[in-house]
Design a protein around this ligand. Structure first.
Ligand SMILES: *[C@@H]1O[C@H](CO)[C@@H](O)[C@H](O)[C@H]1NC(C)=O
Ligand SMILES: *[C@@H]1O[C@H](CO)[C@@H](O)[C@H](O)[C@H]1NC(C)=O
Ligand SMILES: *[C@@H]1O[C@H](CO)[C@@H](O)[C@H](O)[C@H]1NC(C)=O
Ligand SMILES: *[C@@H]1O[C@H](CO)[C@@H](O)[C@H](O)[C@H]1NC(C)=O
Ligand SMILES: *[C@@H]1O[C@H](CO)[C@@H](O)[C@H](O)[C@H]1NC(C)=O
Ligand SMILES: *[C@@H]1O[C@H](CO)[C@@H](O)[C@H](O)[C@H]1NC(C)=O
Ligand SMILES: *[C@@H]1O[C@H](CO)[C@@H](O)[C@H](O)[C@H]1NC(C)=O
Ligand SMILES: *[C@@H]1O[C@H](CO)[C@@H](O)[C@H](O)[C@H]1NC(C)=O
Length: 301
């Protein structure tokens, strides 16, 4: 009696460890990582390995630098489960010395990428009213915050004195910031150093304990949402979920599915045609964007 009870448990734990490590992330014959960074399909390095040009990654083998080619930003992490990726994003500086980058054209309009409204914040240092401006005449300011004009080297947190922080709207695809310093005229001159950026909140709280240490940095980490246009990639959904697992006498099929959503609570980048997102079913894991990419753990006895 006792021995019979043990057999299925041993079989189960053995299956879990082997299948999980075999879960494919890239297409067959495609490089699945660049240094420490996993490059999961629909992203890829070589032609035929990514779903479309926007998802092409350049991996420089001498440095393991990983760059999203068309938007030319360095990638730190790609997440296929929550549909985000972390990139390095330049800080915009004003009057902070010649070696500091001034305003740049930071736009990826028309791409399937947007700043994640849930994971990021807009932060502006130096005092005054800071805004993210857009080129739309009907909505010239998309986010703004103001802080008391003060020298931030005496300040460690972004608490409204010399530094302010606010949320960003969804689907933001360009960053153009400006400062209105009319309220600062008494304490602070127009030539004071100011800087602004969008940043991933968890990265900021872990890495920036002292605001003035940002002056030594050129980039911060930003989380972008990525999406697949359902009208262009509907076949991707059809190819999902045919993996089968033979575990002794047991066989299960149908392990992943794709959803087409135009729901705004899902913050689709493709509101009209809908956004395609794929998932592995409950006890399966792997890459739901690949045919057979969801690898099964053994079903419970
Ligand atoms: C690049 O990544 C590979 C694999 O992780 C590693 O062996 C190699 O040392 C890395 N090269 C550099 C320059 O970091
Ligand atoms: C930012 O907005 C200002 C004001 O509208 C404009 O003059 C400037 O060209 C914009 N910069 C970029 C990089 O789009
Ligand atoms: C910024 O880049 C976008 C996309 O590459 C381009 O359409 C736009 O004209 C550029 N704007 C400026 C001010 O350079
Ligand atoms: C801020 O304080 C630092 C260190 O005390 C000083 O070097 C700098 O000149 C001050 N900046 C302004 C704008 O007062
Ligand atoms: C930021 O913090 C994370 C987590 O603590 C760490 O892994 C990473 O190396 C830090 N990045 C930098 C640029 O310091
Ligand atoms: C923050 O950094 C500045 C410049 O590096 C330094 O002068 C100041 O003492 C630091 N403050 C704290 C609380 O560490
Ligand atoms: C996977 O999920 C889909 C959608 O919820 C469902 O129709 C299908 O039966 C599930 N497959 C398995 C094996 O659970
Ligand atoms: C996928 O769509 C189905 C049907 O609309 C819905 O029940 C399910 O919750 C969706 N799954 C996810 C993960 O959004």
């Amino acid at each position: 009696m006792v021995r019979q009870l043990f057999i299925p448990i041993l079989l189960l734990s053995c299956l879990v460890t082997t299948t999980a490590s075999e879960a494919p992330m890239a297409k067959k014959k495609c490089q699945s990582r660049c240094g420490d960074i996993i490059i999961p399909y629909p992203f890829g390095i070589k032609k035929g390995c990514y779903v479309g040009d926007w998802f092409e990654v350049v991996c420089t083998s001498s440095t393991n630098q990983t760059v999203l080619k068309r938007i030319n930003l360095k990638v730190n992490r790609i997440d296929i489960y929550d549909g985000t990726l972390d990139v390095q994003f330049p800080i915009t500086f004003w009057n902070c010395g010649d070696e500091k980058t001034p305003q740049q054209n930071l736009s990826f309009k028309g791409s399937p990428f947007a700043f994640s409204e849930n994971k990021n914040k807009f932060i502006a240092v130096g005092g005054g009213l800071a805004s993210i401006i857009s080129s739309k005449p009907d909505e010239p300011i998309v986010a703004s915050c103001s802080s008391v004009c003060a020298n931030v080297s005496v300040n460690t947190r972004c608490n409204g004195v010399g530094c302010c922080k606010t949320s960003i709207p969804s689907k933001l695809q360009a960053f153009n910031a400006s400062f209105d310093i009319t309220a600062c005229s008494d304490q602070s001159s127009e030539t004071d150093c100011r800087y602004a950026f969008i940043v991933k909140e968890t990265w900021f709280s872990q890495n920036v304990t002292n605001i003035s240490s940002l002056l030594k940095m050129t980039d911060v980490t930003v989380a972008l949402n990525w999406g697949l246009d359902a009208s262009k990639h509907e076949n991707l959904g059809k190819s999902v979920g045919s993996f089968s697992l033979k575990s002794g006498k047991r066989k299960s099929t149908g392990t992943g599915y794709c959803n087409k959503s135009s729901d705004t609570s899902f913050s689709s980048l493709f509101t009209e045609s809908g956004q395609l997102a794929c998932y592995c079913n409950g006890s399966f894991e792997g890459n739901p964007y690949l045919p057979g990419g969801c690898v099964g753990k053994a079903p419970l006895p």
